[in-house]
Design a protein around this ligand. Sequence first.
Ligand code: SF4
Ligand code: SF4
Length: 307
Amino acid sequence: MTNTQTPLVLDIKGNSLDDGPGIRSVIFFKGCPLSCVWCHNPESKKAGPEIAFDKGRCIDCGACRETCPEQALSKANPFYIDRKRCTLCFACVAACPSGALEQVGKEMPVTDILEQVLPDKPFFDASGGGVTLSGGEPTLFMDFTADLLTAIKREDIHTLVETCGLFDAERFVTMLYPMLDTIYFDIKIIDPTAHKTYCGVPNDRILANFATLFARAPKDGKTLLPRTPLIPGITDTEKNITDIAAFLKKLGVTQSALLAYNPLWHDKTDKIGTPDPYKTDKAMTAFADNSVLEKSRKIFAEAGIET
Ligand code: SF4
Ligand code: SF4
């Protein structure tokens, strides 16, 4: 489950107001042990590099087709790139004048990441913000993430990790936990069969890890916030929301977060050439109406959990 390789970074987003308190820089890692069918960042699922093609930016100059040594590019290919032929040399990316082709995932040493986020420290300090590690799954790369968190903490910056919860708890507590101020922990589905179906893995370890952390986080002065994305017909069913509320209530959780569905991930699947079985699904291609969120909030409130 743990990967000792240096992770690839998808992006570093500055000035974020959506990924924790205050103004934050968000570092998106590439690679995740789950494979949620609705993944908001489908390009973050695989740990290795990929190539993306943005049809809307292509001016059809042909430079990439002339450059490719593998003849992997053709308008006849469903997603332009024949990924069976492509060797990920990225010569076409360098040749493209419009930015339509993009290398997805780049190695960045800790020093380079720090260099990029440190100029925003005055904004972090003024707003109560900091750095958020997201993905993908930052805990998939325990060694690198520990080095990165150590470097960030040395600069006295608030740290937050967004995790799917599937990790080796002992290593997490030893290597990452001491340098974390806040942990956003996804609790998506309680039914084990449904979790395996929609997220690709069983959920027993995830639920156990949450319980382990919740038993100690408050007294260690850390914020541990469970979060549930409301995915139409998958996680937002009355049964699943009731089950999650019951699971959290039993542990003594009084604060949680419910995340409204955002369908924008569909735009990304064509770019990286992955199948999208929900592309024409009415509920999965629309923004959720507020009633879904309100209904779920009511169930949580009845269990004594604020959202
Ligand atoms: S990355 Fe290299 S092999 Fe792949 S399509 Fe581009 S030029 Fe061809
Ligand atoms: S080089 Fe870029 S703009 Fe030109 S055809 Fe290729 S993808 Fe399109």
